[in-house]
Design a protein around this ligand. Structure first.
Ligand code: DLL
Length: 435
C-alpha cells in the first residue's frame, strides 16, 4: 500500500459504504434531472419511470441512456439542471456537425472536479512541494483548467504553460525545475525528442512524474516516455461531457484506472444490444454522474471500449478500475488531442463544387506528432484545369476543414477514380499511427 492519498477515508472506503453513498446520490440525481430537465423527464415518462422507482443501485438499469445525439438535440443549454445564475463555467468539445457539446459547472461541480484531480495528482506522487507544468490546452478544452484547479488544491506551484510552444516548455522545465508534467502522451514524447534536439537529456530535468491522457496510448509508449523524460508516467482518463480529466487514473501499480465511484457509476454495455455486461467483459463504457449539479448525466454512452475490475487493488483503494480505453465503438479519431469525426470532414467536402464525394483521411504520426491528410478525387472538369485552379481548390478546402476542426491538415486532390471503391462500408480512414 502506498501513502499517497489525497482523501484516504473516501479512497479506501469499504464497498458497502461506497454503495450507500452511491445509492443516496443516485436517487438525488434522478430527482434533480426529473424536476429540472424536461428532456430527461420526457424520456423517463416514456419509459414509465418515476424518480421514486429508483430505490437501489440495481434500479439504474431501468433508466434510459443518454447519447451524444441527445446532447446535440438539447444544444446548447437544455440539459443544464441548474439555473444559469449558479453556473460559473462553461466548457465545450467538438461534435459531428461542427456543433459543440456544451457543459456547465456550478461552484460545487468545479470543487468536485478539483477534488478528483487532487486525488489523481496525489496518487501519482505530486505534493504541495511539487512544481506542476500543465501542458494541456487551456480554454474550452477541459484538460488545462481541469488539471490546473486540482494542482492548486493540493497546494503545488502550477505552471500554466498550456499546449504548444515547445522550446519554451523545455526552457521552463529546465530553468524552473519542473518536477511534474501534465500533457497528452504524444506531446510528452515530442517534448522528449525536442529536449534531445536542443542538446539536453533527462539528466538536465528534475521531473519525477507525469499524468498523460486525452488520447489512447500503449505500454510501449509509456516505456518510451519514461525513458526519454526520466519519470513515471500514469494514464488519466476523462471526457468533457462527464466532467473532464480525472474521471479515472492509474495508481502506483500502473495497472488499470481507478474510477472515482463516489461521483461516477460506471457500467459496461454491449454497444449493439445495449445489454449490461458482467464484470471484466469488454464493451462500451457508460457513466452516470451522481454528484454533479450543472450538467448531470444519466447512463451516458461514452463510445469508449473498456472493461471493469472490482478486485482489490494493492494500493489500498477500493474504487473499481477500468482497463485502458481500447478503441471506440464509433468512428471518432483523436488527432493531437482533438476529437475528429470523419463526417465533419465530409460535410466540408460536400459543400465544395470541384470535388467528388470520394475521399479518404490518412493519419500518420511524424516525430511523435499526429498529421492528418485528406485525399479527395477532383471532378472531371477541374482535372482538365490548370495547376493553379487545383491548388486554389486544395487551399480552399484546407482552410475550411481547419476552421471546422480547429487543427491543421493537408489536402491533396487526386485524379478521378483513383480512390478504391468499397462494396461494403466505405473505408474512409487510414490510420497509420503505431501507438
Ligand atoms: O480529453 C478530457 C481529458 C483531458 C482527459 C486531459 C484526460 C486528460 P474530450 O476532449 O471530451 O475530453 O475527449 C474525451 O477522449 O471519450 C476518449 O475517447 C478519449 N480519452 C480521454 N482520455 C483518454 C485516455 C478529454 N486516457 C475522449 N485513453 C474520451 C484513451 C482517452 N482515450
Amino acid at each position: 500500500m502506498d501513502n499517497n492519498f489525497w482523501n484516504p477515508s473516501v479512497e479506501r472506503m469499504s464497498r458497502d459504504e461506497l454503495h450507500a453513498v452511491q445509492t443516496r446520490r443516485l436517487k438525488e440525481t434522478v430527482e434533480r434531472v426529473y424536476s429540472n430537465v424536461p428532456y430527461y423527464r420526457d424520456k423517463m415518462q416514456r419509459k414509465g419511470i418515476l424518480p421514486g422507482d429508483i430505490k437501489t443501485l440495481e434500479d439504474l438499469e431501468s433508466l434510459p441512456f443518454t447519447t451524444k445525439q441527445d446532447l446535440r438535440e438539447t444544444y446548447p443549454f437544455d440539459m443544464f439542471a441548474a439555473p444559469m445564475e449558479s453556473i460559473i463555467r462553461i466548457h465545450a468539445s467538438s461534435g459531428t456537425t461542427g456543433k459543440q457539446t456544451v457543459t456547465g459547472y456550478t461552484r460545487r461541480d468545479i470543487d468536485m472536479w478539483a477534488e478528483c484531480m487532487a486525488r489523481c495528482l496525489t496518487m501519482a506522487g505530486a505534493t504541495r512541494a511539487s512544481k506542476i507544468q500543465v501542458g494541456y490546452g487551456y480554454g474550452l478544452f477541459t484538460g488545462g483548467l481541469g488539471a490546473h484547479y486540482g494542482a492548486e488544491l493540493i497546494g503545488a506551484a502550477v505552471i500554466p504553460a498550456s499546449a504548444g510552444n515547445t522550446m519554451r516548455q523545455i526552457t521552463m522545465m529546465k530553468d524552473f525545475g519542473t518536477n511534474f508534467l501534465c500533457c497528452t502522451p504524444s506531446y510528452a514524447l515530442y517534448l522528449g525528442e525536442a529536449l534531445g534536439e536542443a542538446g539536453f537529456t533527462k539528466d538536465d530535468l528534475q521531473i519525477v512524474g507525469g499524468i498523460f491522457g486525452a488520447e489512447p496510448w500503449s505500454e510501449n509508449m509509456r516505456k518510451e516516455i519514461e525513458d526519454i523524460l526520466g519519470l513515471r508516467a500514469y494514464d488519466i482518463y476523462g471526457l468533457s461531457e462527464v466532467m473532464g480529466p480525472a474521471v479515472s487514473q492509474e495508481c502506483c501499480r500502473q495497472d488499470k484506472l481507478h474510477v472515482w465511484e463516489d461521483f461516477f457509476i460506471p457500467e459496461i454495455i454491449d454497444p449493439v444490444t445495449c445489454e449490461v455486461l458482467p464484470g471484466k467483459t469488454q464493451g462500451e463504457l457508460v457513466f452516470t454522474t451522481i454528484y454533479k449539479e450543472g450538467f448531470p448525466l444519466i447512463r451516458y454512452r461514452t463510445r469508449d471500449i473498456s472493461s471493469l475490475c472490482y478486485d482489490e487493488c494493492g494500493c489500498g483503494r477500493t474504487h473499481a478500475r477500468m482497463t485502458k480505453p481500447d478503441g471506440r465503438s464509433d468512428d471518432m479519431l483523436i488527432i493531437r488531442g482533438v476529437n475528429v469525426f470523419p463526417s465533419q470532414v465530409e460535410s466540408v467536402l460536400l459543400e465544395e463544387g470541384n470535388v467528388s464525394p470520394h475521399y479518404r483521411i490518412i493519419v500518420d504520426r511524424k516525430n511523435n506528432l499526429d498529421a492528418m491528410t485528406v485525399e479527395i478525387e477532383m471532378s472531371e472538369n477541374i482535372f482538365s484545369d490548370h495547376v493553379k485552379g487545383i491548388e486554389a481548390t486544395e487551399s480552399n478546402i484546407r482552410k475550411k476543414i481547419e476552421s471546422v476542426l480547429g487543427i491543421s491538415c493537408g489536402v491533396r486532390l487526386v485524379e478521378p477514380k483513383t480512390i478504391a471503391r468499397s462494396e461494403g462500408k466505405a473505408k474512409r480512414v487510414i490510420d497509420n499511427r503505431k501507438i
